[in-house]
Design a protein around this ligand. Sequence first.
Ligand SMILES: *Cc1c(COP(=O)(O)O)cnc(C)c1O
Length: 496
Amino acid sequence: MSIYYSSTRNANDKVTASQAILKGLADDGGLFVPSEIPTLDVSLKDLADMTYQQTAYEVMKLFLTDFTEEELKNCIDSAYDSKFDTEEIAPLVEAEGAYYLELFHGATIAFKDMALSILPHLLITAARKNHVKNDIVILTATSGDTGKAALAGFADVEGTKIVVFYPKNGVSPIQEKQMVTQKGDNTYVVGIKGNFDQAQTGVKQMFNDAEFAKLMDANGYQFSSANSINIGRLVPQIVYYVYAYAKLLKEGVIADGEKINVVVPTGNFGNILAAFYAKNMGLPIAKLICASNENKVLFDFFTTGTYDKNREFMLTSSPSMDILISSNLERLIYRIAGNDAEKNAELMKALSTTGVYEITPEMKAQLSDFEGGYATEKDTADMIKKLYDQTGYIIDTHTAVAASVYNAYREKSGDETKTVIASTASPFKFTRSVMKAIDERYDEMGDFELVDELSKIGNVAVPQAIEDIRSAAVLHDHICEVEEMPNVVKEFLGIK
Ligand SMILES: *Cc1c(COP(=O)(O)O)cnc(C)c1O
């Protein structure tokens, strides 16, 4: 069965999977959604015996129906290889009765690697299939982790260039160092004097600028996106939920068909949307618990049915979740509106003009599988310390937001369903906040001293990604105003 993709804002704009990956965003500014969510066609029992790569194929073949088996398997094998420091790719670790799905064993030690190690392969394959002649320019806004993962994926990939915009004062020191030391002639990293939402809006505006697209084309370029607005990022993210379920089944933790809960530390709503898609494919998931930090716009949305971005933007110790406009929520809104592009477009228009929209009671009734929660800065730090003190396991700040929200939910609801917590980053990526949470006195140490200390007290080796930047030279130092973003892109591409 073939799956097509259409815009969340216009049902008539239909493209194939490979075209949707190439474009990133629909022409009307909407996001591409599949014509239907396919059902898993292998049994959970069979999945229990599969490797990560085999699971990836079983899931992705159902969504990317215009890729041949050979093309897709090539992409999968090129992505999930020794770039990951464990053969399992995404191991599960049990601590205090929850199962942490460690999604940070890739090249840049955050979960973005799970999708961004395959996206370049999908994109190049899609370009070939569609006889694209232009070079593809990947425009990326990052709250810290997407940037590096996309740079690592696209560096020196022929036929591509990549520009990453990050909030100059809104990422962790390690995140920044990882990005500004990026090698590769086709890479360009720019700090903006603004926050992530401004970076993301700026990027979306460039995508929607028809004049800019013409100018690009005349110079042999076209844009695509490495953000989770690209369906080519979302689909690979579904895989690890299926994989985690199958592993729990294999290990006898759950029975075949037994439902699990999933907790996801959320920013742009990409990761949790992938879990929602997995559930809709037939994976036995009960609750989808959406965990926010102090930027709790999603918690408020799930409790009230009103999305309101008009509030103070908080800089927290979980910067990759410092987001007030969660782009991928649009895909959920579209779905609960009954796949109604017109209704969705209306709400998104309200969001861009007034910053607020309210869903109908009928739409809200369809959100009963979701549970919103949030953790304050103190909750987050307390969680890291408590888990370390009791088990010796050290989690990063984003994962701690999820763990804290989960504990509060479990206590309040008495729900003892087996639960998977998406562990989205290595603690080494947010060393200072993590170590400070364990003991305030660590704050006196330098960044790399802290790395070594974390390795010691956590009894885990320093990841290669951190070793790589210890003494690496800074290769990017460009900073710009938000308004200058289009000019920066033109300058990098040598377009007048
Ligand atoms: C990107 C990111 C998140 C948020 O994921 P979304 O898909 O944007 O909701 C959470 N934690 C970490 C470490 C991240 O890098």
